[in-house]
Design a protein around this ligand. Structure first.
Ligand code: XMP
Length: 525
């Protein structure tokens, strides 16, 4: 295990990902974690991340006392990056000078010694790196030497090979540091002697073992499947571990896309053989949404109704198997876990909270279920890789995200008015199918149609029409937090618009949403 102690750099998670991409398992924990929690993880290598603080600031985050003695007694290699380097220098008896101003960006460094960190280079070799330069190490602790300097003479890399301490003043994990990955690889494999071998097959095997040991032979486990990637992969892992003591529910709330229920149920049943109950709750949801136009109210009603349905499902199950379910499966991912354990100095609390906007819209409070979160150490692309080795169809794994409240947030106003849901489903299907046919589905984070409660005048087949306008939205994004609209080519848009007006009754106008997030959100409500 390569353990990363996080001191709040925006790049910390990138370090974790880069190391995992070398097939080496890495985990990131708060940089001020106790010595016991570090010892418990039994790391082979420890990386101290960068961070926004000065080591001289009041309350500057630091590793726990006894850390240096521990790593030296265990022969653990330690690499400090940026703030991490300065921490090492200061705590081992060197001097860090407060910088007048912070300088960020591209810089050239030159190798001074081809030992340790640059043992695979020549003295005098130059490379471009991404520096985040605030405070500066002006006097190194005894036994340390400078092995690279910036072209302005500042310390760029240091090491004490005998005591296994290394430091980089720049960020090797960002792609702007051209040879950064090579340096990380050299450090891990050649200096620390780490061997690559972490892969999804091992992750799956380990997860199955853990779940088998955790869930007793009489215990029953429930899971709400949303039709999304995370809950499906999580349920499939648990099913492999405990078989049909897993009980899944998929709720058709009447707000699903064109043939969504048939399509996802076919994947659950035929491809994955998951024990899943499909509950048709269209009537329950739509009757409660009738006449409601306020967006937050719509979301609340939907969330509450999900809880009702889930509650009924759990009680029915109790009657059937004669025992209350003990565990609940959730598709929580690693970024959710990290988000809820924020770095020191960020002013947020460290408690592990489950995201309140989870797909099922919250869970019954009185159920007292224990959680199984088989994906909680994985990033999204790793979840897809895990899904792939369990034979979940690739087309399913690469599906765009779909919000829990479904089409309700894509129909401003009353979703039950007229045949808006039906029209929206048809328009959305044409749009998505055209995107797939054009081979651009995977370039887009999310694409969908929006039904507008607005009628405009048109002329179709020599007849005047007074019909609805619809909008098309497609965005690119890394994580859904910010997004840009997708630049379609005009010919594509022309074809889609024509197809929609020609084949969907009740639509005579097609608009394109060209707003980024911010200022808009991705969904319309
Ligand atoms: P917004 O509209 O907030 O959406 O820019 C960001 C991402 O989150 C999805 N989304 C939801 N997902 N339950 C979910 O599971 C919800 O209530 C919900 N609301 C928005 C949205 O589709 C986009 O991917």
């Amino acid at each position: 295990l390569v353990l990363i102690l996080d001191y709040g750099s925006q790049y910390t998670h990138l370090i974790t990902r880069r190391i995992r991409s070398l097939s080496v398992f890495s985990l990131c924990i708060n940089g001020t974690s106790s010595l016991d929690s570090i010892i418990e993880l039994n790391p082979r290598v420890i990386i101290l991340s960068g961070g926004p603080h000065s080591v001289h600031a009041d309350g500057a985050p630091c590793f726990p006392s006894g850390f240096i003695e521990y790593v030296e007694s265990q022969g653990i290699h330690v690499l400090g990056i940026c703030y991490g380097l300065q921490l090492l220098v200061q705590k081992l008896g060197g001097v860090v000078k407060i910088g007048e101003k912070h300088e960020y960006g591209r810089m050239e460094i030159e190798v001074q010694k081809n030992t340790g960190l640059f043992g695979n280079k020549q003295v005098g070799d130059k490379q471009v790196v991404w520096m985040s330069h605030g405070d500066e190490a002006v006097k190194l602790p005894e036994g340390f030497e400078v092995v690279a300097r910036s072209n302005q003479g500042a310390v760029a890399a240091i090491e004490n090979r005998e005591r296994r301490f290394y430091g980089l003043q720049y960020h090797p994990e960002v792609t702007h540091s051209i040879e950064g990955m090579e340096t990380l690889r050299h450090f891990l494999f050649d200096i620390c002697g780490v061997t690559a071998g972490w892969n999804m097959e091992d992750v799956l095997e380990e997860e199955i073992k853990v779940i088998k040991a955790m869930v007793g032979p009489e215990d029953h486990v429930i899971c709400a499947l949303s039709g999304g990637v995370d809950s499906t992969v999580a349920a499939t892992v648990v099913h492999k571990a405990i078989g049909d003591r897993l009980h899944c529910v998929f709720v058709d709330n009447g707000l699903l896309r064109y043939k969504e229920r048939e399509r996802v149920m076919a994947t659950f049943e035929s491809d994955l053989h998951l024990p899943v109950t499909c509950v048709d709750a269209t009537e329950e949801f739509l009757s409660k949404l009738k006449g409601v136009t306020e967006p937050e109210m719509k979301r609340k009603i939907i969330g509450k109704e999900f809880i009702n349905i889930f509650d009924i499902f759990a009680h029915d199950l109790e009657k059937k198997v004669g025992k209350k379910p003990t565990y609940l499966v959730q598709g929580t991912l690693y970024p959710d876990v990290i988000e809820s354990c924020p770095p020191p100095g960020s002013g947020r609390t460290h408690s592990h909270t489950i995201k309140s906007h989870h797909n099922v819209g919250g869970l019954p409070k009185d159920m007292k279920l224990k959680l199984i979160e088989p994906l909680k150490l994985l990033f999204k692309d790793e979840v897809r890789a895990l899904g792939k080795i369990m034979n979940i169809p690739v087309a399913f794994l690469s599906r765009h995200p779909f919000p829990g409240p479904g089409l309700a947030v894509r129909i401003p106003g009353d979703v039950t008015a007229g045949n808006s849901l039906d029209i929206l489903r048809q328009v959305d299907e044409i749009f998505i199918q055209s995107i797939k046919d054009a081979g651009i589905y995977d370039e887009i984070w999310q694409a969908f149609a929006v039904f507008l409660p607005v009628k405009t005048v048109g002329v179709q087949g020599d007849q005047r029409t007074h019909s609805h306008a619809v909008a098309l939205r497609a965005v690119t994004s890394q994580d859904g937090m910010t997004a840009d609209w997708y630049y379609f080519d005009f010919k594509f848009l022309d074809d889609v618009s024509r197809k929609i007006c020609n084949s969907v009754r009740g639509v005579n106008r097609v608009l394109l949403d060209i707003t980024s997030k911010p200022p808009s959100t991705i969904e319309w409500e």
